[in-house]
Design a protein around this ligand. Structure first.
Ligand SMILES: [Zn+2]
Length: 467
């Protein structure tokens, strides 16, 4: 995916003064400029020539300091914009922090590849040296200004042009939003009883200039992808765009949540997803193509955010551990984590009621294939025990794992539990077992939060017979 980035070191200062220069120099001759400038670029326009300079101080660029001459092609008249800044009191012209250390520290923190660094002067009455470090990341180029004496971060900006749009979604799904277990698919119709479940939301992280659902964290690869020049993606469930918006919105929200937990490098890329091509009432994540495909049988799977989050759970684990979950027990952990991930994402937006308990997964999708109420694809609060209740089927056995994670969530709280659970998964073997994965999770809890937290996590796994 192409990302356009912008930004020159001269970081054009605001409040530049426009100063008209006197005189009419000869047509072809470049305008005379003061000392202490380095020419950056020359541009010809319809009406003249525009020559840009970087302000220097003892040979070092002054951050934000610039000077530009505009030479009128017809008259030769030169107009000057003088954006030079005051530099006083610079104590040293030798950086305390080495360039490679500055680059490495930023790259490690923001999760990316160091591209370059340049020593500059921060202007002002007590000017100081700074490193401008440029780092390429999966979500755009990041420019950081570091104090060259202390190494402290002074400013940071992602240069990628990001855009927001709006979209219409179900969040939460109609069954939960309307607290009504009698709603059904009715062949994808947009019928009146569902109207109150629609919500308008902001779609963030869209690629700038794009009129499609493509962004930092989600990439709509559906057949017949929807377009909107105004980035207003408003459809009802009977229209193909609705599921495409649901996919974009919920995949993006999951990745944003990982960022809030401090994970900047867990599936931190545009996740391909398709809402077309599969007419089964099923969805899947394909690790070979790194794509999620949502089926359209029954309730379209991408109409239910918990189905989207379940599949994204697979994408998370596959990103953390290449080849994760191909053996039966690791596969069961994968399904259990997917259900848990759907549950914990819903914790942010869904009420936990007697009619629609949070532990019930895919309440809307499940209206198409379950009779009992509440309608649940599966639950994460079941009573299955390891190893006695193992059936040798990954989704069924996954309910043992998801219940353990549900209990960890209850014991540590959502944020701490999810930091432990995601962090621990980095240490899972691709063919791990439930006891081995549980031990890794206990160990991680101890490392992050201490022995008392580790004891609570161990108790959750012991309650399932896993430890
Ligand atoms: Zn699954």
């Amino acid at each position: 995916m192409h990302r356009r980035t912008r930004g020159c070191l001269a970081a054009l200062a605001t409040g530049a003064l426009l100063a008209a220069a006197a005189g009419t120099p000869a047509h072809a001759a470049p305008a005379a400029v003061p000392d202490g400038l380095r020419q950056v670029q020359v541009r010809q326009s319809l009406l003249g020539t525009h020559t840009w300079y970087q302000q220097l101080y003892h040979g070092l660029p002054v951050l934000g300091g610039y000077y530009v001459t505009h030479t009128d092609a017809a008259t030769g008249e030169v107009t000057v914009q003088d954006g030079r800044l005051d530099v006083r009191g610079l104590a040293s012209e030798t950086p305390g922090v080495a360039a490679d250390h500055a680059r490495a520290s930023v790259a490690g923190r923001v999760g990316g590849q160091a591209a370059r660094s340049e020593l500059v002067v921060l202007p002002g009455a007590s000017a100081k040296l700074a490193w401008v470090v440029v780092t390429r990341t999966g979500h755009g180029t990041v420019r950081t200004v570091l104090d060259a004496g202390s190494g402290a971060t002074l400013a940071e900006k992602n240069l990628a042009h990001r855009a927001t749009g709006t979209g219409t979604v179900f969040d939460p799904n109609p069954v939960v939003a309307l607290q009504n277990e009698s709603l059904t698919d009715r062949k994808d119709a947009d019928y009146p009883a569902l109207r109150a479940a629609y919500k308008t939301v902001t779609l963030t992280h869209l690629d700038a200039g794009a009129t499609t659902l493509q962004g930092d964290f989600a990439d709509n690869v559906s057949a017949n992808p929807v377009h909107s020049a105004r980035r207003a993606f408003d459809y009802n469930r009977s229209q193909r765009g609705f599921e495409q918006v649901m996919g974009y919105y919920n995949i993006t929200s999951a990745q944003q949540y990982l960022h809030t937990l401090g994970f900047n490098d867990v599936n931190n890329e545009p996740q391909d997803y398709s809402t077309t091509g599969l007419t089964d009432d099923n969805s899947f994540y394909d690790p070979d193509t790194d794509q999620i495909t949502f089926g359209t049988g029954g309730v379209d799977d991408a109409e239910d955010n918990e189905v989207i989050w379940h599949e994204y759970g697979h994408a998370i684990q596959d990103d953390q551990v290449p080849g994760f979950g191909e053996e039966l027990e690791a596969g069961s952990i994968g399904e259990g984590f997917g259900d848990y991930w759907a549950f914990t994402m819903s914790q942010a937006s869904s009420p936990d009621t007697a009619r629609t308990p949070l532990a019930c997964i895919a309440d809307w999708d499940a209206t198409a294939y379950t009779d009992d109420e509440p309608h649940c694809l599966r639950r994460v609060d079941g009573a299955k025990m390891y190893p006695g209740d193992l059936e040798g089927e990954v989704h069924a056995d996954g309910e043992i794992w998801s219940r353990a994670l549900f209990d960890v969530n209850g014991a540590l709280g959502r944020t701490a539990a999810n930091k432990v659970i995601i962090e621990a998964q980095f240490g899972f073997a691709p063919d791990t077992t439930m006891p081995a994965a549980a031990r890794e999770t206990v160990k991680t809890a101890k490392a992050l939060y201490g022995q008392a937290a580790a004891n609570k996590v161990r108790a959750a796994f012991q309650a399932r017979g896993i430890l």
